[in-house]
Design a protein around this ligand. Structure first.
Ligand SMILES: CC(=O)SCCNC(=O)CCNC(=O)[C@H](O)C(C)(C)COP(=O)(O)OP(=O)(O)OC[C@H]1O[C@@H](n2cnc3c(N)ncnc32)[C@H](O)[C@@H]1OP(=O)(O)O
Length: 214
């Protein structure tokens, strides 16, 4: 029987997560997930119309499921690591279970661990001896090389490439098409701009951009 799931976030990534769930269901002989609906504290009218068009129920604000008698699985479909952390901590403190969602076209090698709440989108390539923390987002066609660790709430945006022997600490965001060269540590909460090339360690909390990233 399909497992019920709530998606948090009606924005772009929330609806891309719905696509990941659909692809997982379509690739399986029987549906794995039953989407109960989407929650969002301030959905735009355009995004509500987009949900309605695809036949997905808008359940209300993010607090609504927390009052349910029968909790389900959930996933946070919001790109910002800090916003995702706040929401996940509220749901994790309840009886909800954070789902792991891996698109069927993603691939991984030997010894890859994926913690709760993590979403791996279409075309992602993970090689070997990689650890992904809680509520990590690996967006379309991203790559992660050998012996690399991603902390909790890390976001790797589309087409970004994280090389081998890297550490992305908690709450790091790698912008679209960003490159992290091998052996680099990106400090907690740092942001790497789109198309940047990170050639040396990045201190916690800073924003770097450009080639080489500064
Ligand atoms: C499916 C999806 O949509 S997934 C989402 C994909 N999007 C991303 O990954 C976005 C990643 N974010 C970025 O690249 C951002 O621009 C950041 C984080 C680097 C900077 O954001 P902000 O601090 O708000 O920068 P802001 O827009 O004010 O620009 C400041 C300056 O940096 C420049 N700049 C902004 N981003 C970049 C970048 N990625 N590379 C080089 N320069 C940049 C701007 O041109 C501006 O330069 P100026 O002062 O000479 O005019």
């Amino acid at each position: 029987m399909a497992e019920p799931i709530v998606v948090i976030g009606a924005g772009g990534f929330g609806r891309e997560v719905l696509d990941v769930i659909s692809a997982i269901n379509e690739a399986s002989p029987e549906a794995i997930w039953e989407v109960l609906g989407v929650v969002d504290d301030s959905p735009t009218p355009a995004n509500l119309a987009r949900l309605e068009k695809r036949g997905v129920t808008y359940l209300g604000g993010t607090e609504v499921p927390l009052g349910w008698q029968e909790p389900s699985s959930y996933v946070v479909g919001i790109g910002s690591p800090s916003v995702r952390r706040v929401l996940a901590e509220r749901y994790d403190a309840s009886s909800f279970q954070a789902a792991v969602l891996v698109h069927p076209t993603a691939t991984h090698g030997y010894d890859v661990s994926i913690d709760h709440g993590t979403v791996v989108c279409a075309g992602v390539r993970l090689t070997t001896n990689i650890a992904l923390g809680r509520h990590v987002h690996l967006n379309l066609n991203g790559t992660v090389g050998h012996d690399t660790t991603l902390g909790d709430f890390v976001s790797v945006n589309p087409l970004a490439s994280v090389s081998g022997d890297c550490v992305l600490e908690d709450d790091v965001l790698i912008g679209v098409g960003g490159v992290v060269l091998n052996g680099v540590t990106v400090g907690k909460g740092a942001t790497v701009g789109g198309s940047a090339c990170v050639v040396r360690d990045v201190p916690p909390g800073v924003v770097v951009k450009g080639v080489p990233a500064r």
